[in-house]
Design a protein around this ligand. Structure first.
Ligand SMILES: *Cc1c(COP(=O)(O)O)cnc(C)c1O
Length: 402
């Protein structure tokens, strides 16, 4: 008998759960796009998004998904033939690099084995060797959503600065923005990419390009710039519609405004800490399951794990069984295991749990309990105590003066 009744739970790393408040904010008739509330909302969103990113420059808003802002970031700053260095820690860095190659850029891939730490000396040596400064930008993801690893953004900036290299520093924060600590100004990030459907809890459809002061020289000479992707009118509009090169994404703006309100009400530091606690619940459950089975986090080192998503190895062929069972029997959609683009696309021994955005202890513990039930129902070998271990993590993060 299927128990999958009531609200279905989406436990994938984007799109993430849309809060009721965000859904309600979007449920409205088309607004006036010339003056009034929508114009005010756009202004206040730009202000508040910059606060969350600690961006001292500008933010351009696009109708689009993550791939759109990948392209926007490249078209605004480069010309065909320009050399860039992409740190490839998994499928998403790889994807950004493929897009850059498609636009005719000369891509130097700095490959890091999935789930391992970046070799700092090796990266420093590549930049030191580039004495002509032909590398125009160093690009990396913060969270790789497939591997569920995280890159230490500040330490990469330190390597670039240590080599005295003028390359722009560009970070894909699409999976991590609003989940993992980030400080664009203090960390010397020149370009930050994000999108609405992950930590920002809004349907896919808005892409954000945050830029610092140093980008404008590159923008001026960028041969790949096109009228639609050009960020300049979007950040310095002569008229309101210039923000969007046409009709604004009306309902998405209302939704994102509500989501950003929720983040500011909670406090961004609290948002990050909540993500850290909920991530640690998942990791400790996996450790317990793995004590008598094949389950383990794909990223073994805790410091290298994303706070937004966890990729879990479960044993050959078992990921699909568990995902199908949980979808049909308990109403939970788990994320598919993703390999690199150049090798196997879907991994049958890996599934992912998204823990980004609108999530709290009852929802996350519910997901872990459902996975635990699935392991039992399907006779997938696993150790005991996963739910107790997760509950323990919650108890350790709360106040007790009641
Ligand atoms: C989701 C994601 C993307 C791609 O976003 P789409 O909206 O699917 O185009 C890019 N980079 C990272 C790190 C992501 O998590």
């Amino acid at each position: 008998m299927s128990l999958a009744h009531g609200p279905h739970h989406l436990a994938i790393p984007g799109p993430s759960i849309i809060p009721d408040r965000v859904q309600r904010a979007m449920h409205r008739a088309s607004p006036n796009i010339y003056e009034g509330e929508l114009v005010d909302i756009t202004k206040s969103l730009i202000r508040d998004l910059k606060v969350i990113a600690n961006c001292h420059g500008d933010v351009a808003i696009y109708h689009g998904n993550g791939h759109a802002v990948w392209e926007a970031s490249l078209c605004n700053l480069f010309s065909a033939g320009d050399r860039i260095l992409v740190i490839d820690t998994g499928r998403f860095g790889e994807g950004w690099a493929i897009m850059a190659k498609g636009l005719g850029l000369d891509v130097v891939s700095f490959t890091v084995d999935a789930g391992t730490a970046l070799n700092r000396e090796k990266l420093a040596a590549v930049l030191d060797d580039d004495s002509a400064h032909s590398i125009k930008a160093v690009m990396t993801v913060q969270t790789d959503t497939a591997v569920s690893s995280t890159n230490d953004i500040k330490s990469i900036r330190d390597i670039i600065s240590g080599a005295d290299h003028p390359a722009l520093f560009m970070v894909d924060g699409i999976a991590s923005f609003g989940c993992e600590p980030f400080d664009m100004h203090a960390w010397g990030v020149d370009v930050l990419l994000s999108a609405s459907q992950k930590g920002l809890m809004t349907p896919p459809g808005i892409a954000l390009l945050f830029v610092g002061e140093r980008v404008w020289g590159h923008h001026e000479s960028a041969g790949l710039k096109t009228p639609y992707w050009d960020m300049e009118p979007r950040v310095r509009p002569a008229m309101f519609p210039d923000h969007f090169c046409g009709t604004p994404p009306t309902h998405h703006l209302y939704g994102l405004r509500e989501a950003v309100d929720m983040i500011l009400e909670e406090g961004i530091e609290n948002v990050w800490n909540r993500h850290r606690t909920l991530a640690s619940c998942v990791w400790s459950a996996v450790d317990a399951w793995g004590s008598a089975g094949e389950l383990r986090c794909r990223v073994s080192s805790v410091e290298l794990r994303s706070l937004a998503v966890t990729s879990i190895e479960i044993g050959s062929g078992q990921a699909m069984r568990l995902r199908q069972w949980s979808e049909a029997e308990v109403g939970v959609t788990l994320g598919i295991g993703l390999g690199s683009r150049s090798t196997e696309a879907i991994l049958d021994n890996v599934f992912r749990v998204g823990h980004m955005g609108h999530l709290n202890p009852p929802t996350l513990l519910g997901v872990l309990a459902c996975i635990d039930a699935g392991l039992k129902a399907l006779n997938i070998p696993h150790g005991p105590g996963a739910l107790e271990a997760a509950a323990w993590k919650i108890s350790q993060s709360t106040q007790t003066n009641y």
